[in-house]
Design a binder for this molecule. Structure first.
Ligand code: PLP
Length: 394
């Protein structure tokens, strides 16, 4: 009974709790400094100053100019703005019609790229990935055509945690003069974000992945990269994204990013140790299990497994009953569960892709949390296998 009341959150790739220091920083911008930053009076100037300061904080983390930061409403919007904004601007300049991306992108990129192809007549190449979900920079070079005008490859995969060779791909894109976007949403606050080192021209981030609020993100767009606004209206964000700025959330994003980067060394190391304990424990205690994603080039908090013969959704429900919040890569669309597009692109057969479980650790997780999961997970898998027709047939 006591065990069932435990609450262990291991879905930090989905979202993170807001850091209390971040919340404190945000609060005054609702009730005290609530002015519209575009107005001229003192109350507005306070908000404008906070906005300027937040932009400066983010720019110093990314190693860019403050004017190159566009605040948005989420990571999905940042990805949309990057792909649509560059695609339409490039086409209007006669720079071509061809976009390169990968089949393992988050849907915010993948569905946007597919819509640009299907509704707007752009041409799209989806690069191959290997069984770890890694993109080979040589494949990027080989896919480039004379009419290629945008490349987008994610920094780290949200399902399997594999980290892509962004700087190498960036160097190839730069040599050919092609704008290069990376979806850095899962990397924010965890991996190095210097845009010059990464050789990226556009980078998306979302605050709720690094202990900031949901509903605010940013797009870094290097000066000179052609980018049409996708939301028109006022002159906000240097005419690249209209709408009164959400000052409290932007303050929250900047505070969260700064704190995460200041503390990254010590938290990442601790979380990676927990992850390794979890991975070793699962592989040791459960038969017919496979670790998805790259064994080394992976996010410090990500453990993703496939359990043969059973469905990840069923494991999730059982884990929830035991007080553990986790995720599976499968997506529920129109009532039917579909296997993860990421695992499918990595060559995992559909029946195995259904059996995936993602556990993503965070700052508040402890060794006891990991040991508790290692205690409850093996019997769950065993029970589900006992009633699985696939297991009986094996
Ligand atoms: N890109 C990646 C890699 C993600 O993991 C997510 C969210 O899970 C997004 C984009 C979308 O971010 P948001 O939830 O802020 O729209």
């Amino acid at each position: 009974m006591a065990e069932a009341q435990r609450a262990i959150y291991m879905d930090h790739a989905a979202t993170t709790p807001v850091d209390r220091r971040v919340l404190q920083a945000m609060l005054p911008y609702w009730t005290e400094h609530y002015g519209n930053p575009s107005a001229v009076y003192r109350l507005a100037r306070e908000a404008a100053q906070a906005l300027q300061q937040a932009r400066g904080t983010v720019a110093s983390v990314l190693g860019c100019k403050p004017r190159e930061i566009i605040f948005t409403s989420c990571g999905s919007e940042s990805d949309n703005l990057a792909l649509r904004g560059v695609a339409f601007a490039q086409r209007a300049r006669g720079k071509g019609n061809h976009i390169i991306t990968t089949p393992i992108e988050h849907h915010a990129v993948l569905h946007t790229a597919e819509e640009l192809r299907d509704r707007f007549g752009f041409e799209l190449t989806l690069l191959p990935v290997n069984h770890y979900g890694l993109v080979n920079p040589d494949d990027v070079a080989a896919a480039i055509r004379d009419d290629t005008m945008l490349i987008s490859v994610m920094y780290a995969n949200n399902e399997v945690g594999t980290i892509e060779p962004i700087a190498e791909i960036g160097a190839i894109a730069r040599e050919r003069g092609i704008p290069f976007h990376t979806d850095g949403v899962q990397a924010g606050g965890v991996l190095p974000l210097d845009v010059d080192d990464l050789k990226v021209d556009l980078l998306s981030l979302s605050a709720h992945k690094f202990y900031g609020p949901k509903g605010v993100g940013l797009l870094y767009a290097r000066d000179g990269v052609p980018l049409w606004p996708m939301q028109t209206g006022g002159r906000h964000e240097r005419r690249r994204r209209a709408g009164t700025e959400n000052v409290p959330y932007i303050v929250g994003l900047a505070t969260a990013l700064k704190l995460a980067c200041e503390e990254v060394e010590q938290t990442s190391h601790r979380i990676a140790n927990l992850r390794d304990r979890l991975i070793a424990g699962v592989l040791d205690r459960i038969p017919d299990v496979h670790l998805n994603g790259h064994p080394i080039e992976r996010l410090p908090n990500n453990a993703n497994f496939t359990f043969k013969y059973i469905e990840g959704e069923a494991v999730l429900i059982q884990l929830d009953l035991m007080g553990v919040a986790a995720s599976s890569g499968s997506a529920c669309s129109t009532g039917a569960v579909e296997p993860s597009h990421v695992l499918r692109a990595m060559g995992v057969p559909p029946e195995e892709a259904f059996g995936s479980l993602r556990l993503t650790l965070g700052r508040e997780n402890t060794e006891e949390d990991v040991d508790y999961v290692l205690k409850v997970l093996p019997p769950i898998v065993e029970r589900l296998r006992a009633i699985s027709p696939l297991y009986q047939e094996s």
